[in-house]
Design a protein around this ligand. Structure first.
Ligand SMILES: NC(=O)c1ccc[n+]([C@@H]2O[C@H](COP(=O)([O-])OP(=O)(O)OC[C@H]3O[C@@H](n4cnc5c(N)ncnc54)[C@H](OP(=O)(O)O)[C@@H]3O)[C@@H](O)[C@H]2O)c1
Length: 148
């Protein structure tokens, strides 16, 4: 049975992914900050999970260790948690907002991928899926896909 560790499991896309993956018999470990929502999801789907704030790098690394411990190994990491509250133009960016978005949307997925790759590389197997913003879609048809 394949194992999946998915962040942002308490709401939205992540919550629905947990429901669908557990229904397909994947062993799933989900995370979020809202403990009540996570406990409800665990009871409903049989998934495992833990609460952590991904803006804190120590909690990010600790969370990966918890997922690995609970699942035995992580076959698939889905970096899904993210936020984009303001969608402000660069000229209006506020530092606190920028730092939070950087920490949750970029640093946390990089740290989780680092932890995952330590074991995926040694067994030459595994998948990392990053759920990103539509802002990331290619804008210029003149740039070949290989250099994007
Ligand atoms: N929905 C869209 O139309 C859309 C479009 C493009 C891209 N996306 C991307 O898809 C992903 C999921 O989007 P969604 O619409 O499902 O979002 P959502 O409903 O707002 O859910 C976000 C999830 O991320 C978790 N999260 C947020 N900040 C966190 C933090 N500091 N620490 C730990 N967990 C945190 C939330 O958990 P808690 O609330 O429990 O902390 C929640 O489970 C995001 O990366 C988003 O950028 C969504």
């Amino acid at each position: 049975m394949k194992t999946v560790f998915i962040t942002g499991a308490t709401r939205g896309i992540g919550r629905e992914l947990v429901k669908q993956l557990t229904a397909l018999d994947y062993r799933v470990f989900g995370s979020g900050r809202d403990e009540a929502l996570l406990e409800e999801l665990k009871a409903e789907t049989g998934c495992l999970g833990a609460v952590a704030d991904l803006s804190d790098p120590a909690q990010v690394v600790g969370l990966y260790a918890q997922a690995k411990e609970a699942l035995g190994q992580v076959d698939i990491l889905i970096n899904n948690a993210g936020l984009n509250h303001r969608k402000a133009p660069v000229s209006e960016i506020e530092l606190d907002d920028w730092e939070l978005q950087y920490a949750v949307n970029l640093r946390a997925p990089m740290l989780l991928s680092r932890e995952a790759l330590k074991e995926m590389a040694s067994r030459k197997a595994g998948h990392i899926i990053n759920v990103v913003s539509t802002i990331e879609k290619p804008r210029s048809p003149t740039i070949p896909p290989t250099v994007r």
